[in-house]
Structure formats: C-alpha cells, structure tokens
Ligand binder design. Structure first.
Ligand code: HEC
Length: 111
C-alpha cells in the first residue's frame, strides 16, 4: 500500500511538471527557430521602426544600438514578447515577435 502511495505521488509530480512546461512554451512562442536572425540584418529595423521614437532620449531604456538593446534585453523580452505591453499603442506583429524571440534564443548575435 505504501508503495502505491509513493507511486501516485511520483505520477502527480510528473503531471505538475508537465503542465508547467506547457505554460512556459505558450509564453515564448516558436522556441525551435530554424532561421538565423542577426541584430543588424533583422532586429535593428524592428526596434528602429517600433521603439526608437520613444526610447532614444529621456525615456529609458535607450534602444538605439546593439549594446543598448543587449543591456536591456531581459526587459525588452518581458515587455515586447511576453507581456506585449510595448510598444504602448499596440503589440508588435506576430512575425516581429517571433523574430526577436528567435534572436534571443540564438544568443542575440550582432551581425
Ligand atoms: C510611444 C512611446 C513608446 C514606444 C513606441 C515604445 N515604448 Fe517602451 N516605454 C514607453 C514609456 C512611456 C515607458 C515607461 C512606462 C512603462 O514602463 O510602461 C516605457 C518603458 C519601457 C521599458 C522599461 C520598463 C520595464 O518594464 O522595464 C522597456 C524595456 C520598453 N519600454 C521597451 C520597449 C520596446 C522593446 C519597444 C518597441 C518594441 C517600446 N518600448 C516602444 C514608451 C514607449
């Protein structure tokens, strides 16, 4: 009987873990990106068109160069990819969100 109890506990833990994993996958779309994206070729355009109008002067964080974006990458990901609360007016397009997310998953290459 004790054995059965242990077994169900183990199963319970496995199930909980599986569910948690699902949630994470939903929050960060397309973890298996096959296209290689770089800052200069892909990401700079998205940031310049959608973020720099506000984030190039007094509004932190500054997002005008690779190193500025890189230094704030955790917050950029949080606001533009996960919470989708930046840009202020409306979220980025799905394809732009996917590109930035891929680029982050590929360790934010510069060129
Ligand atoms: C219309 C102006 C505007 C645009 C465009 C804009 N932002 Fe912002 N952003 C703000 C303002 C205002 C704040 C401060 C208030 C807040 O945090 O919501 C802010 C704050 C932030 C912060 C810091 C706050 C935190 O949670 O750490 C980050 C990171 C950020 N924006 C990222 C972005 C990114 C990435 C884009 C483009 C995809 C973008 N923003 C586009 C106005 C803008």
């Amino acid at each position: 009987m004790k054995h059965l109890l242990k077994l169900s506990l183990a199963l319970f833990i496995v199930l909980i873990t599986a569910c948690t994993k699902d949630t994470i996958t939903e929050d960060t779309p397309d973890e298996e990106c096959t296209t290689a994206y770089t800052y200069d070729a892909d990401i700079a355009t998205i940031i310049n068109n959608n973020c720099v109008s506000c984030h190039s002067g007094t509004q932190p964080p500054r997002l005008t160069t690779y190193s500025e974006v890189f230094n704030s990458i955790d917050r950029v990901k949080a606001r533009a990819i996960i919470e989708k609360t930046m840009p202020v007016s409306e979220p980025l397009s799905d394809s732009d969100i996917e590109k930035i997310n891929c680029w982050i998953n590929q360790n934010t290459p510069e060129n």
